[in-house]
Design a protein around this ligand. Structure first.
Ligand SMILES: Cc1cc2nc3c(=O)[nH]c(=O)nc-3n(C[C@H](O)[C@H](O)[C@H](O)COP(=O)(O)O)c2cc1C
Length: 227
C-alpha cells in the first residue's frame, strides 16, 4: 500500500507544479462594500533609521530572521527527499521556518522516513512535523513522539482538511470529536502543537474553539492567508 500513498503524493506535487492551481476569484472582499482598493498612507517623514528596523522574531522557542515559514508540502514519496532538502537549505540560509508534509506515510511505511530528513542540511531552523487531525485517533502518543524525534522537529502541526477529504475518495471524512482529540494531544505531547488548514484557512469560530484546547498557535494561511 506504500505505492498508493506515494502515487497520491507524487500527484499532489505534479498538480502543484503543472496544474492551474491559483485561486481565480479570491479577493479581500473590500470591493463588495464599495472599496476599489486600499492604499496605505506614505509617511514622508518616518522618524526612524532603516538600520533600526528588525524583522527577527521568535516563534515557539526558535529565532527567525523574518516572520516567514515555508508551509507543509511533502514527504513520503521519492521526489520529496530532494524537495524537502532544497527547501530546508534555503530556509537555513535565510533563517526562516519550515513545515514537513504529513508524516502519516512514514508512520505507516518506515521505509519512506528518509524522505522527511532535513536536519543534516538545516540544523538550526524551526522545523514543524505534521499529521492530519483524522490520524490522531489512529496513532498512539508514542508513535507521534517517535515520528517527531526521528525528523528532529521542534513542534507538531496538525492539519485539518475536511473539504479536501470530502473530494478525495480514500480520505477519512469523519470530523466529529476531533477538537477533543486535539485537546488530548496538546496535554500529552512533549512538543508544542499548532493547528493549520490545508488551503481554506481557519475562521473565527474555529480559531476560538482551538484556542481553548491550549494549542500554541493557529496558522490561518489559505488562499494566500486571506483568512
Ligand atoms: C502540493 C501541496 C501539498 C501539501 N501538503 C500538505 C501536507 O502534507 N500537510 C499540510 O498540513 N498541508 C499541506 N499543504 C497545504 C499547505 O501547507 C498550506 O496550508 C496551503 O498551501 C494554504 O496556504 P496558502 O494559501 O498560503 O498557500 C499542501 C499544499 C500543497 C500545494
Amino acid at each position: 500500500m506504500a505505492a498508493e500513498t506515494e502515487n497520491r503524493k507524487a500527484e499532489h506535487l505534479k498538480i502543484a507544479a503543472e496544474g492551474e492551481v491559483q485561486f481565480k476569484g479570491k479577493t479581500t472582499g473590500f470591493e463588495k462594500v464599495g472599496f476599489k482598493g486600499v492604499d496605505l498612507e506614505y509617511r514622508a517623514l518616518p522618524e526612524i533609521d532603516k538600520k533600526d528596523v528588525r524583522l527577527e522574531t521568535e516563534f515557539l522557542g526558535k529565532r527567525f530572521k523574518a516572520p516567514l515559514m515555508v508551509e507543509a508540502i511533502t514527504g513520503g514519496v521519492k521526489e520529496a527527499k530532494k524537495i524537502n532538502k532544497d527547501i530546508a537549505k534555503a530556509c537555513e540560509a535565510l533563517g526562516l521556518g519550515m513545515g514537513l508534509g504529513s508524516q502519516r506515510a512514514m508512520i505507516e511505511f518506515p521505509e519512506l522516513k528518509e524522505t522527511y530528513f532535513v536536519r543534516d542540511v538545516a540544523p538550526n531552523i524551526f522545523l514543524a512535523g505534521n499529521l492530519g487531525v483524522t490520524e490522531l485517533g489512529k496513532c498512539s502518543l508514542e508513535e507521534i513522539e517517535k515520528a517527531l524525534e526521528e525528523v528532529k522537529a521542534d513542534a507538531l502541526a496538525i492539519h485539518i482538511n475536511a473539504a479536501q477529504a470530502a473530494l478525495q475518495p480514500e480520505k477519512e471524512t469523519n470530523f466529529r470529536g476531533r477538537l477533543k482529540e486535539i485537546e488530548k494531544l496538546v496535554q500529552g505531547l512533549k512538543k508544542p502543537v499548532y493547528v493549520k488548514e490545508v488551503g481554506h484557512g481557519i475562521g473565527f469560530e474555529t480559531a476560538k474553539a482551538l484556542a481553548e484546547t491550549g494549542v500554541k498557535a493557529i496558522d490561518v494561511g489559505g488562499a494566500g492567508g486571506t483568512s
